[in-house]
Structures are given as C-alpha cells and as structure tokens.
Ligand binder design. Sequence first.
Ligand code: TUI
Length: 311
Amino acid sequence: MRTRITELLEIEYPILMGGMAWAGTPKLAAAVSEAGALGIIGSGAMKPEDLRKAIDEIRKLTNRPFGVNVILVSPWADELVRVCLEEKVPVVTFGAGNPAKYIRELKENGIKVIPVVASDSLAKLVERQGADAVIAEGMESGGHIGEVTTMVLVNKVARSVQIPVIAAGGIADGRGMAAAFALGAEGIQMGTRFVASVESEVHPVYKEKILKASIRDTVVTGAKLGHPARVIRTPFANKIQELEVENPMQAEELLVGSLRRAVQEGDVERGSFMAGQCVGLIDDIKPVKQIVEDVMREFKETIERLKKYVE
Ligand code: TUI
C-alpha cells in the first residue's frame, strides 16, 4: 500500500506506533518497524544518555526506519532533540506542546518531523514551520489528550493543511483505519493496540487490564491540574479525580512516577494505566506482526464492504 506517509517514511504500511513514555521501548519499537510499520521510541521518561542507549539498542534489532517521540513537557526536551540530531534518527515526533523552535534544525539535518496536534491552528502553524506531516490525535487517545474527538479533529485538520495527516485516538483495527482514511488521513498511529502485544514489555497486569476494560472503562485524570490524561479506571484514578478538587497538591504528588509504577510494577494501588478508549475494542494479545497484518486485512475488507453504497 502506498500513501504520502509510506513514501515519506519509507515504510510498507502507513501505520505508526504512538510515542509512549516507559511502554515505548526499543524492543517493541523494533518489532513494529520489522513488521513494516514505523516503531517509535518513547523518550518521555528518559534522560539524554538513556535515549542514546535506546537508539543504539533499536539499531541492533532492526535496519528499518524508526522514530523517536519527544514530549515538550520533558525537562530534557532540548537535550533529547540534540541526541536525535547527533544520532541522525530518521523521524522525530513531538507531543504535548508546540515544537516550532526545533523544526528547522531537524529538517536541515535530513530528519523528518511530525508533530502531534490537538487543533487545526497548531497544525497550520507547524506546517508553515516546515513539518513533514502532522498526527491529529483526538481525545479518545490514552495519556495526555486535547479536547476534540478524532472524528472532528482529523476531518478539520485534513481540510486545513496540505501536508499529509496521520490520524490517532481510538484506532485499534482496520475499521478505525478505514474511518480515518475516510476523514482525509493518509496514515494512522496506534498506541494502546501495540501495548497489548506479545513483544510489549509492560507488566502482565497492564496487558490484562487492557483486555478486561470495556469502552467506558477509561477516565481522564489531571484535567483540573492542567494536564489531562486518559487512564484505565481504577480506585487510584478515582481518588486522583477527587483530590484534584479537594487537595490538588496531593493529587500532583501521587501522580509523580505513577505511569512507571503501572508499566514496570503493574501497581494497581498507585499506578496510572494510561490507555485509550479503544481498550474496549481489544480482546487479545497478539504478536506485533499479526496486529499490523490484521489491521491491513480488515482495512481492505472494510473498503470492499463500503463499495456497494456507491455502485
Ligand atoms: O503527548 C501525548 N501523550 C502523552 S504525553 C504524556 S507524559 C505527560 N505528563 C504530564 C503532563 C503532560 C504529559 C502522556 N501522554 N500525546 C500527544 C498529544 N499532544 N496529545 C495532545 C497533544 C497536544 C496538546 C496541546 C499537542 C499540542 C498542544 O498544543 C498546546 C500548545 O502549546 O500550543
């Protein structure tokens, strides 16, 4: 399959792995790249030297293109971008803020730049600054989210920019991919779906929680603290929501390190199990290669099914 995204990124399928702190390990990202999609290392919780090691590691595991995700709320964002430049990583994606100040230098060094946007205004701004594509991520996503649904955001962003659009948020299968393409996307990004894979290194409890959750089993914590994040509903998540109103300082304290506790320890008492609403669409742990193949097969079946409406 060819779209402007497969051409830009030199990959077989127009599918990207979401940039996920702690869960986006070199091993999982390499498996995604080996499957013909774009694996992405999540540098969200890394220091610069950790990222350099992670890049070494993925290069030992695959010769195919890969990406690094940098979140703009990281205290190390400048230095992480510097490592991406020095290591000449093929692709950098950005999240949780406006990456305009980094775009020019990355582009000058032959690195493809793909910001995540939660609005059409930021999409237009980064296009003007030279971004190669944008990821339009709706509020169905896991982790840090904006305020617009994928259905409306992808439609609007695709009408607002000339560069190719990758849809994210709520997509875990070929039906979701077909819907995204109907809205104008030329690629998709999936996070939660790849966390629920054989190669994913999150704690088994994390994978089990994704399998058990239905479409209404995520909640947004941190909204009143100014950094909304979608997580699987647990007693801890409920407690955070209460404390946001009654004792915001304590809520902030409890959130520190909570994603790591979920990913590495499967800590249901004090962990934040970030995940998208698509948890309710996921009912098996599969090898990454099978996830990618199943999405592509169901995408084609969906398009075939829709053809009868225009004959
Ligand atoms: O970045 C994500 N997902 C994340 S980041 C993260 S770690 C974190 N911890 C504490 C606070 C914030 C993040 C966990 N999950 N997804 C990409 C994404 N970016 N979603 C929404 C946005 C976004 C929102 C506003 C991008 C740009 C933006 O623009 C604001 C501006 O400054 O213009």
